[in-house]
Design a protein. Structure first.
Length: 93
């Protein structure tokens, strides 16, 4: 089964949201629709990025998962942008 990841650049937290709630929120949103393989927070060029890796049968399902994760996280923090990539061999594209 192909492996995908959704990467979200997040900004300011919504009022009343604790920073510790954002990553589990992203993971749980993906787990509602797919099998989560890993999840992490990265800081790249001063931007916080959430990465959730998951498996899906095809890109259309992966797209639904990624959009769902972005929607859920947008209730917790500002989502500046997101992208969905597929693992092909040792590369993500």
């Amino acid at each position: 089964m192909p492996s995908y990841r959704v990467t979200l650049v997040v900004g300011a937290l919504r009022p009343g949201v604790q920073p510790s709630a954002v990553l589990p929120g992203a993971r749980d949103a993906a787990a509602e629709l797919a099998t989560v393989e890993s999840f992490d927070v990265q800081v790249v060029s001063g931007q916080a990025r959430i990465v959730v890796r998951f498996s899906a049968d095809e890109y259309e399902i992966a797209d639904q998962v990624g959009r769902h994760v972005a929607s859920v996280v947008s209730n917790l923090a500002a989502v500046e942008n997101f992208r969905i990539t597929e693992r092909q061999g040792s590369r993500w594209s």
